[in-house]
Write a protein that binds this ligand. Structure first.
Ligand code: GCU
Length: 431
């Protein structure tokens, strides 16, 4: 496996359909050819490090699962801290919205630790006219809460944003023009219409998505005296975003309008990686949805198809823990692969969605990852995938392990939401 890599995001070039990229003078050619996938042997999720075979659920939960969790914490995402010293919640808004179909709530979560604090702006839409707590989808957003819907009542986020003039981000700041810029990704009428609430927050409130050596965002709240960046086995940005999702769930547990035992954590792309890691670590999440999460998310790293460990660690050095870099161009040395991340969620339902044109995220690898997690579900007496083969495009497999590959590209579409809602209706634990 000899692949050379270089810095700079590969995405723009890939969007232009280029297959070989010259970056800072070095060449990285992602492999999109199934026949060139290297031979690999996935670590067995049911074989302990000492060679013991897991034969029952107690052994899984007491021995093998903690072992796998430890490996992901030390080698992939880094270890995250627990709850902050203090969390306070301020209600900023509770009004009827979206032509009376929703109750909009905005809550400011202030998290304090070590004399420092961050604030997370949470937006909730609840279906109006319901009595009693409702289940909810919880997902972070890329462009501020105001980007998910053109509702003028949503507070405009003033934190740093990645540049995107098309979406109304100017000088790293959101403008009024960015309202609703991501509305196609959030099918709010469908979600509310089926009786679910939607909870969302801007991921940059937790940790701005750029490599500044971990001076900004939540990391410094937890530094020990003299520490200036996370240790090699401590959390990167994905770990921080996932931690933020758990802190939002802490809040949801206090909100009497939400059924916090029935919260489905979901995310797209880098935030799909985040949703999986949050769902794996925090067993309070009832179900997990990964939308086009790709490398470092649902897909198998050892296939080296599309984005590789070296490519992701080079383009986004702040996402994973520093230890993960030792697997750049050496995926075969990984002690875990991403099927074991999905297995950590077992027996809770998990849905992985791919898109046909999103080859960078390796759709087949995402499906095979679910397949690789299936033995753990079966061991725990749960159903796995609703089929033996990777399904055709637009033919969802609606099992406890759900999967579809949608026609089209890297996005979240109403089609995706339709599948998630049908699946949630089937597998969400009953009250
Ligand atoms: C890039 C990156 C992916 C990531 C995606 C996103 O394409 O290489 O790993 O999933 O950005 O988050 O949009």
């Amino acid at each position: 496996m000899s692949r050379t890599l270089s810095v700079i995001s590969l995405i723009p070039a890939l969007c232009l359909g280029l297959s070989t990229l010259l970056l800072r003078g070095q060449e990285f050619t992602p492999n999109f050819d199934e026949s060139k996938v290297p031979a690999y042997t996935l670590p067995n999720p049911l074989l302990c490090l000492d060679g013991t075979r897991v034969s029952g659920s107690t052994q899984w939960f007491e021995k093998r699962r903690p072992e796998i969790m430890g490996l992901f914490q030390e080698q992939v995402y880094g270890k995250s801290p627990g709850k902050p010293g203090k969390a306070t919640y301020a209600s900023l808004d509770s009004s009827l919205a979206l032509e009376g179909t929703a109750i909009r709530k905005q809550v400011e979560l202030t998290l304090q630790q070590g004399g420092k604090e961050i604030t997370i702006g949470l937006l909730l839409y609840l279906p109006s006219g319901r009595s009693g707590p409702v289940p909810a989808f919880l997902g972070l957003n890329f462009g501020g809460n105001h980007s998910i819907c053109s509702d003028p009542g949503i507070i405009l986020n003033t934190n740093w944003m990645r540049p995107n003039e098309k979406n109304g981000i100017v000088n790293n700041q959101a403008t009024e023009a960015s309202r609703g810029s991501a509305s196609s990704r959030w099918d709010i009428p469908a979600i509310l219409g089926r009786g679910y609430a939607l909870a969302t927050a801007y991921y940059g409130d937790i940790d701005p998505d750029f490599d500044d050596g971990f001076r900004n965002g939540v990391h410094p709240l937890f530094y020990k005296a003299g520490q200036i960046k996370p240790a090699a086995d401590e959390w990167g940005s994905i770990g921080a975003w996932a931690w933020g999702l758990s802190r939002i769930l802490d809040y949801l547990e206090t909100d009497s309008q939400i059924d916090a035992r029935r919260v489905i954590v979901m995310g797209h792309s880098r935030l799909g990686k985040t949703a999986l890691w949050a769902g794996a670590q925090d067993e309070r999440f009832a179900m997990v949805v990964s939308n086009n999460s790709g490398c470092g998310g649902a897909t198998l790293s050892m296939r080296c198809f599309g984005e590789t460990v070296g490519a992701i660690n080079t383009s986004f050095p702040h996402w994973f823990c520093a230890n993960f870099r030792q697997y750049n161009e050496h995926e075969e040395r990984l002690p875990v692969d991403q099927h074991m991340l999905l297995a950590l969620i077992a027996p809770r339902p998990v849905y992985v969605a791919s898109a046909e044109e999103d080859r960078w995220a390796d759709p087949r690898g995402e499906y095979l990852s679910l397949k690789g997690a299936e033995p753990v579900y079966r061991l725990l007496g749960a159903e796995g995938l609703a089929g033996e083969e990777m399904p055709a495009v637009d033919q969802p497999l609606n099992g406890r392990l759900g999967y579809h590959i949608r026609s089209g590209g890297h996005a979240v579409t109403p089609y995706d939401w339709k599948q998630y809602l049908a699946w949630a209706d089937l597998y969400l634990p009953k009250r």
